[in-house]
Design a binder for this molecule. Structure first.
Ligand code: S3P
Length: 450
């Protein structure tokens, strides 16, 4: 798993235009959920386009450890023979989720209402992240947990043999917490109700419905009220995983800032709970268009065309949009550095508890490359230097965070001097083909050591 091997220092040199098509991998959120829901169905689920990054492979391995049969049939093609809701077997060893917050939190939720115990761990990044946000609602179902100080991994969950359904208001905007509660609710009798004040990505709700669960969603004054009827029999599905808008963000943003670029990123899901970055970029004046708009599997999909946009302007990003672009703020800050004026990002304290403290990681790396950044507990402001005016020449620490590493690689493509990261290894967690894909478009990425 990432973080266990030697660091891979990487450098991105200023490059000529990026041109061509960028076929990014499958959606990470949907890939995790496909494996987990496949494991909870009775029969064979087929998956096409699964993201084969380290995070998702760790979830595949975990599903095997809980008793499902998970087979790799070919590139992106997988078959999961599930054990049914409540059918998880007790794993014989510790479950290592690597770098994956989504993996560990969704799996903890799933096993918390079965009468088994499991111990979870991960890499140094994952072991530093708060798990209390999941174990608090799991305790309401009747599960117990023992972890390190501050609710950190390694952690053992003793599942509730006789779970009760819960009504839970998610205290922070988090699709992982919402999903953990819904997955736990699957094996509780009666109705589990989850309320979120702000809409977060809704893949779990959509996929549970697709697998045959009884689930309703209502927008009320209290927020989005999701009601799930427990103990359904889930029906195996054939899933085609859409391409990941969070991965698409990198070739899109790089094309906007590298002179002369014109890049097409085909087949990107534009689920409104995920597409906030693209709205923001267009408001900044990006030449970003949606071609061939269509619907696939009930979700809006388009081919994104991004062209060099030298006249982008900083904006105040609406805080209510944060959940729909939470993973994209790091690369947005790279675009912001190349726009004119200030880009103000507020209501983003969740960024401080991701794979790294993403505000701190981006702010210090940007400063090391000549960009002015101010930050507070839940806000940050990047002062843009205008197209082509970022000095570069600095090295940023990636803090075991794939999105930090890829963001600084994009910065280097448009800076005056090369930009380096101390460790590009974590990129393999979500976007294992990032280097060849970006090089194919014209980027000059080099590994300082093999
Ligand atoms: C994810 C939810 C988000 C996001 C993560 C994937 C998911 O995390 O940052 O990369 O698949 O549910 P939070 O739920 O903690 O915001």
């Amino acid at each position: 798993m990432s973080g266990h091997g030697p660091a891979i220092p990487m450098t991105s040199r200023p490059c000529g235009p990026l041109k061509g098509e960028a076929h990014v991998p499958g959606d990470k959120s949907i890939s995790h959920r496909s494996l987990i829901l496949g494991a909870l169905s009775v029969g064979e689920t087929r998956i096409e386009g699964l993201l084969e990054g380290e995070d998702v492979l760790a979830t595949a391995e975990a599903m095997r450890a809980f008793g499902a049969r998970v087979e790799h049939l070919g590139p992106g093609e997988w078959r999961v023979s599930g054990v049914g809701v409540g059918g998880f077997a007790e794993p014989g060893d510790v479950i290592d989720c690597g770098n994956a917050g989504t993996g560990v939190r969704l799996i903890m939720g799933t096993m918390a209402t079965t009468g088994i115990s499991a111990t979870f761990t991960g890499d140094a990044s994952l072991r530093s992240r708060p798990m209390g946000r999941v174990t608090d609602p799991m305790a309401l179902f009747g599960a117990q947990s023992v972890g390190r100080e501050g609710g950190r991994l390694p952690m053992t969950i003793v599942g509730a043999a006789d779970p009760v359904p819960v009504r839970y208001v998610v205290p922070m905007p988090s699709a992982q917490v919402k999903s953990a509660v819904l997955l736990a609710g699957l094996n509780a009798p009666g109705q589990t109700v989850v309320i979120e004040k702000e809409a977060t990505r809704d893949h779990t709700e959509r996929m549970l419905a697709g697998f045959g669960a009884e689930i309703t969603v209502e927008d009320t004054d209290e927020g989005r009220v999701i009601t799930l009827t427990g103990q359904p029999e889930l029906t195996p599905q054939n899933i085609v995983v859409p391409r990941d808008p969070s991965s698409a963000a990198f070739p899109v943003c790089a094309a906007l800032i590298v002179p002369g670029s014109d890049v097409l990123v085909p087949n990107i899901g534009l689920n409104p709970t995920r597409a906030g970055l693209f709205d923001t970029l267009r408001e900044m004046g990006a030449d970003l268009t949606y071609e061939n708009m269509r619907e696939e599997g009930g979700e809006p999909v388009a081919d994104l065309r991004a062209k060099y946009s030298p006249d982008m302007k900083g904006i105040e990003v609406p805080p209510e949009r944060a959940a729909s672009m939470i993973d994209e703020y790091p690369v947005l800050s790279v675009v912001a550095a190349n726009a004119s004026g200030q880009t103000v990002m507020r209501g983003v304290k969740e960024l401080r508890v991701k794979e790294s403290d993403r505000i701190e990681a981006m702010a210090s790396g940007l400063r090391a490359n000549g960009v002015t950044v101010e930050d507070g507990a839940d806000w940050w402001i990047v002062t843009g230097l205008g197209a082509g005016n970022v000095p570069g020449g600095g090295t940023a620490a990636s803090h075991l965070d794939h999105r930090i590493a890829m963001s600084f690689m994009c910065l280097g493509m448009a800076s005056q001097k090369p930009v380096s990261v101390d460790d590009g290894g974590p990129i393999a967690t979500s976007f294992p083909i990032f280097e060849p894909l970006m090089q194919g478009l014209g980027a000059q990425l080099v590994r300082s050591t093999a």
